[in-house]
Design a protein around this ligand. Structure first.
Ligand code: GLY
Length: 335
């Protein structure tokens, strides 16, 4: 199926199924330029903000920064920016990175008190000779450059953290994402990549990280090559889920390199998930990691360990949420 829209051609094609895939049937690839894609359902609103720039012929770099600022400023999103779940000491610490079409990149980790960590990452990229600045140094840089100091811990996140403290015994726990109230996965991280009308690609990734982590823990999101990678000749990729697993395989860089070898975005994501799974199948069964990728032809795709990873695609007049294929099917609810 293909749709001709004012902004170009969107081609949607079903890809082949495999026994290991989830049961969801919406396995589409969207093709076009400009295009912006992002992780999870909440990426849809972020895409819309990015489109205010991309749709007018603006730069992908400006689009991804503008896009991810939406969930960063949303106090009801408890995995990104304001309202993010705190670490085990009750401190909200943010990780973010940004990368342009020229291998320029900037990153912050363990940043407190600043809503728009992504803009501080861009500041690192554009105004310093460094790639990554962490903790107090990142806060100092932000304050010196006019960012406002704020309390990021909302009442809801504080109440939930206090509830968690009652049973946590304040001890680090493996796979904590599975242990949120209700046994839900902690849907973390917005990763966004875009290609503008010039065909240039950029990406951004921002998160409050794993809920109730040990203070100082850094995930994949601010690590160039793990949470995000952009190679303007080939494509771009980003990740969500348990960052430790993504770091071990330098996941987003791996996805881009697989696309360089000729894999489609979806198959590159699938290969990366398989690499992760093969390293430790027992652990992989109980945790979530998802990859999302866009190639230079404007094709995008995703793949996750567990059922339930969604991603949002804005191209032409469409802003659509897709369900990613996964290695494991939907877990049946216990009665
Ligand atoms: N993927 C986000 C994190 O692990 O912090």
């Amino acid at each position: 199926m293909s749709l001709l829209t004012s902004a170009g051609l969107i081609a949607c094609k079903n890809t082949t199924s495999s026994p290991a895939l989830s049961e969801d049937k919406k396995y589409d690839t969207v093709k076009g330029k400009p295009i912006v894609i992002s992780t999870w359902d909440f990426g849809k609103e972020a895409n819309e903000a990015a489109w205010t720039i991309l749709g007018k012929g603006g730069k992908a770099l400006d689009a991804v920064e503008t896009g991810v600022k939406v969930p960063e400023a949303d106090p009801t999103n408890q995995s990104v920016g304001l309202g993010g779940r705190p670490d085990r000491d009750g401190r909200v610490t943010l990780d973010a990175c940004i990368m342009d079409h020229n291998y320029k990149c900037g990153s912050v980790a363990g940043l407190e008190h600043i809503v728009h960590a992504i803009s501080v990452a861009r500041l690192v990229m554009e105004k310093t000779p460094h790639v990554m600045i962490v903790g107090d140094g990142a806060l100092q840089l932000a304050l010196e450059n006019g960012f406002k100091k704020e309390n990021l811990l909302t009442q809801k996140s504080e109440d939930e953290w206090k509830e968690w403290l009652k049973t946590s015994k304040y001890a680090p726990v493996n796979n904590i994402e599975n242990m949120l109230p209700g046994g839900k996965y902690n849907h973390d991280t917005i990763g966004m990549v875009a290609m503008d009308t010039d065909g240039d690609m950029s990406g951004a990734c921002t998160t409050s990280g794993m809920a109730y982590k040990i203070h100082g823990r850094v995930g994949d999101s601010p690590i160039i090559g793990a949470g995000l990678y952009v190679d303007n000749e080939v494509g771009a990729a980003t990740s969500t889920g348990v960052g430790e697993e993504v770091i071990r395989i330098v996941g987003s860089h791996l996805v881009v390199e697989l696309m360089r070898q000729g894999y489609t975005p979806e198959n590159a994501c699938k290969k990366a998930v398989e690499r992760l799974y093969n390293r430790n199948p027992t652990a992989a069964k109980d945790l979530q990691v998802g990859f999302l990728a866009l190639n230079k032809s404007g094709e995008c795709g995703a793949y996750a360990l567990q059922y339930g990873f969604s991603y949002s695609v804005r191209s032409g007049n469409e802003n659509t949420i897709f369900k990613a294929k996964s290695m494991f099917p939907e877990k049946k609810k216990e009665k």
